[in-house]
Design a protein around this ligand. Structure first.
Ligand code: DGL
Length: 290
């Protein structure tokens, strides 16, 4: 029996540990308005950034398998942490499938920086990942830019609660951002897809520190362009048939209300959201710490 070929009418599966991937989804939605989209928020298992790498890898493979079971023709790993940990395994497991990952935008940041010092805000897991460190070393060799790495422990958890600009949020951001400015950074990489959701708060915190001109770099737009390229190369782009019927369905491993509210407040849309139960990674219950 031959496996059936994916059709251009099939949806694109996009996933993240939680709400952060919505910062990527909005670019995909804008650039590819005719695509059916599935968005999976693993909020019930977030954050990924403080979990051991083998656990993150297993979880990513499970989420991807779920989206493929829903008929996805391509996958977008809208999470830096998941990409750094698991995109290689994902590609090995699904050869031939268009898979787009997210990487911190070190190269565009190095090109933008005048001081040659770039702050990188990301999860601990991303900043420790071999794939990220290899990228950092390569861009440093090519550009001479110095990267100041700042793990933002607790930030994803706070964003997952829906807090995008409280006093507590700004205090946490100041703790992470101001020392980078003190060390000469004039450009900051938002190396976690959750962080563009608090971009306004970061800008306020920078302005309050007398550093309003600091450039913020995220890669959501580039990810959407790469997805479009891969779909076009495999003749998987869904054409405009004049019906404007492209559908978006949300899936979450936490309560549906949180994802529904996020779709509403961040993207101004109100798609169907389904709650999903996935089996926990085998090693998680026996070794829950990093
Ligand atoms: N949005 C994820 C990322 O880009 C957050 C990871 C986490 O859950 O800690 O890294």
């Amino acid at each position: 029996m031959t496996a059936s070929l994916p059709s251009a009418h099939a949806p694109v599966g996009i996933f993240d540990s939680g709400l952060g991937g919505l910062s990527v989804l909005r670019h995909i939605h804008a650039q590819l308005p005719h695509e059916h989209l599935l968005y999976f928020a693993d909020s019930g298992f977030a954050p990924y950034g403080d979990k051991p790498e083998p656990i993150v890898i297993e979880r990513v493979l499970t989420v991807a398998q779920y989206l493929l079971g829903q008929g996805a023709k391509a996958l977008v790993v809208a999470c830096n942490t998941a990409t750094v940990a698991a995109v290689r395994e994902l590609r090995e497991r699904h050869p031939g499938m268009p898979i787009v990952g997210v990487e911190p935008g070190l190269k565009p940041a190095a090109a933008l920086s005048k001081s040659g010092k770039v702050g990188v805000l990301a999860t601990e897991r991303t900043l420790r990942g071999a794939k990220f460190l290899a990228l950092r070393d390569q861009i440093h060799r090519d550009s001479g830019a110095e990267f100041l790495l700042q793990p933002c422990i607790g930030l994803v958890d706070m964003i997952e609660t829906g807090d995008l600009d409280s006093e507590a949020m700004r205090a946490m951001l100041a703790r992470y951002v101001w020392p980078l400015i003190d060390h000469g950074a004039d450009t900051l990489v938002l190396g976690c897809t959750h962080y563009p959701l608090v971009r306004d708060a970061i800008e306020r915190v920078l302005a309050a520190y007398g550093a309003p001109g600091v450039a913020l770099v995220d890669t959501g737009d580039a990810v959407a362009r790469q997805l479009a390229r891969l779909l076009a190369a495999d003749a998987l782009l869904r054409a405009d048939d004049g019906t404007n019927d492209a559908a978006l369905t949300g899936y979450t491993t936490a309560g549906a209300a949180t994802l529904t509210t996020a779709f509403n407040s961040l993207l101004g849309i109100d798609p169907t959201v389904r709650e999903v139960d996935l089996p926990l990674p085998a090693g998680w219950l026996s070794s829950p710490h990093i």
